[in-house]
Write a protein that binds this ligand. Structure first.
Ligand code: NAD
Ligand code: UGA
Length: 468
């Protein structure tokens, strides 16, 4: 029987597994933390002595890796052995939207969760606590528990005795780009579960750096549903302000002013009211699709259609931006060079999953444009790989990438700012002006530029939610 937690393992060394375990290792030196993954190249990169090669870019992450790696933080491809050695196992594998079969396009694909559970059932020792960190549909804990129960038969378990498992839900709320500060100082830590002892062990880890009033314990289903709901509410705010951005453009209102005025109401709050090219990232769309699927499953069709509309506005916003660019450039992009500034789905991350840039670049290429793309943290190989998935083969030669804003602007007809990197707030517009083809357009889809910095140029500026 477990008397204390000494060894913890995390299955999945991605954007959640890597940073969240690094922080646990940093805050709990008495724990040995091992992060495992089936992707051995990813593990090699986590172990690389060149910290520029870490698979995840997050401000503050490399310093923690430097501090703890090889001391109490390890990255390994030996999944089975690490499972056997662990008292507590976090599951942080990906849970993408199903692409085929029942629920395709909406339901979460739980194949990675299921394979992790089977591996745990087979290799875990006598008593182990399983912690769901991945975002999953409500009642997944039940599935995990069932797999563990049915596969733990003594003859199939490595110990030969069968094991006791306690499943807890502990969803992760970090946002990329601020993952480390979110993990150091979260708004709350949520633990859902039934077994008091197991909850106490997990609570015992977090209380090393998080105030007790911020650690919330609930029943397991509330915990699972809270995670989906939180993401859906955040996405809903972005779609709400994006819908208003279009109204601002036709009425002469300024969306930044409207956001400020609305957000100063304490009941509404100022966060997540920045208009932009639609929300991206690996989770908002997937988690809302999941909510839609669950709602339909329980016959709640009005609920499903409410959340569907949040996704529709998001797609509409991206298409709307592409159309505005085409219209401003005389309805024709053929052979025009357009510079794309930013490819990540938001600033301070190298993650491009569901980035608005993917869809806007695709639209512009299909209109005939040649694109030159620059992102401070997304390299040429990644940009090409991503775009290959959405454009036809013959269009691949229409893409070039660059390492600097001024190379991108050279001979361009337009620059389109799609990611809110700080670097783009400080562009030398006089320098850009000299290199672009006239009439040159700057499309500021993140509302980060100041018109005053451009007064001495003849650049045309379009800003989202701020034009007549
Ligand atoms: P990711 O794709 O970056 O990482 C998941 C990793 O799991 C991959 O490296 C994959 O190789 C590995 N994996 C899959 N099956 C495995 C197995 N059987 N054994 C070992 N490794 C396996 O995904 P992510 O962004 O870290 O997200 C993970 C989960 O966390 C998802 O459910 C997501 O919804 C949720 N989440 C993500 C974020 C975020 O900001 N990315 C924030 C909160 C929650
Ligand atoms: C989001 C949530 O914020 C996290 O709490 C959650 O843990 C995570 O999803 C997850 O489950 O994966 P993340 O997607 O990393 O985090 O980043 P956000 O800051 O939420 O941004 C999401 C998208 O919305 C980005 O494309 C961003 O540019 C956009 N956004 C955000 C806006 O357009 N306007 C805003 O005001 C805020």
């Amino acid at each position: 029987m477990l008397s204390e937690i000494k060894n913890i393992c995390c299955i999945g060394a991605g954007y959640v597994g890597g940073p969240s375990m690094a922080v646990i290792a940093d805050k709990c030196h008495f724990l040995k933390v091992t992060v495992v993954d089936i992707d051995s190249e990813k593990i090699d990169n986590w172990n690389n002595s060149n910290l520029d090669k870490l698979p995840v870019y997050e401000p503050g992450l490399r310093e923690i890796i430097e501090r703890r790696r090889g001391k109490n933080l390890f990255f390994s491809s030996d999944v089975n052995k690490t499972i056997s050695d662990s008292d507590m196992i976090f599951i942080s594998v990906n849970t993408p939207t199903k692409t085929k079969g029942l629920g395709a396009g909406e339901a979460s694909d739980l194949k990675y969760i299921e394979s992790s559970a089977r591996q745990i059932a087979k290799y875990a020792k006598d008593e182990t606590i399983i912690v769901e960190k991945s975002t999953i549909p409500v009642k997944t804990a039940e599935t995990i528990q069932k797999i563990l129960e049915t596969c733990k038969k003594p003859e199939e378990s490595i110990s030969g005795e069968g094991s006791v498992f306690h499943v807890l839900s502990n969803p992760e709320f970090l946002a990329e780009g601020t993952a480390i500060s979110d993990l150091f100082d979260p708004n709350r830590v949520l633990i859902g579960g039934e077994n008091e002892r197991a909850i106490k062990f997990l609570y015992g880890i977090y209380e090393n750096w998080i105030a007790p009033e911020k650690i919330l314990t609930t029943n397991i289903w509330s915990s699972e549903l809270s995670k989906l709901t939180a993401n859906a509410f955040l996405a809903q705010r972005v779609s709400s302000i994006n819908s208003i951005s279009a109204l601002c453009e036709v009425t002469g209102a300024n969306v930044s002013e409207v956001s400020k005025a609305v957000g100063m109401d304490n009941r509404i709050g100022k966060d997540f009211l920045k208009a932009g090219p639609g929300f991206g990232g690996s989770c908002f769309k997937k988690d809302i699709l999941n909510l839609i699927y669950i709602s339909k499953f329980y016959g709640l069709f009005e609920v499903a259609s409410y959340w569907e509309s949040i996704l529709e506005i998001n797609k509409w916003q991206q298409e709307r931006i592409s159309k505005i660019i085409v219209t401003k450039l005389f309805g024709n992009l053929s052979e025009k060079k357009i510079g794309i500034l930013g490819f990540a789905f938001k600033a301070n991350t190298n993650d491009t999953r569901e980035s608005p840039a993917l869809y806007i670049c695709k639209d512009l290429i299909e209109e005939g444009a040649k694109l030159s793309i620059y992102d401070p943290k997304v390299n040429d190989e990644k940009i090409r790989l991503d775009l290959q998935k959405v454009i036809t083969n013959k269009n691949h030669k229409k893409i070039t990438t660059s390492n600097c804003v001024y190379e991108v602007s050279n001979n361009s007809d337009a620059l389109v700012i799609l990611t809110d990197w700080d670097e783009f707030k400080n562009i030398d517009w006089d320098k850009v002006n000299k290199t672009m083809r006239s009439p040159a357009w700057i499309f500021d889809c993140r509302n980060i530029l100041s018109k005053n910095n451009m007064t001495k140029t003849n650049l045309n500026l379009w800003q989202l939610g701020n034009n007549l």
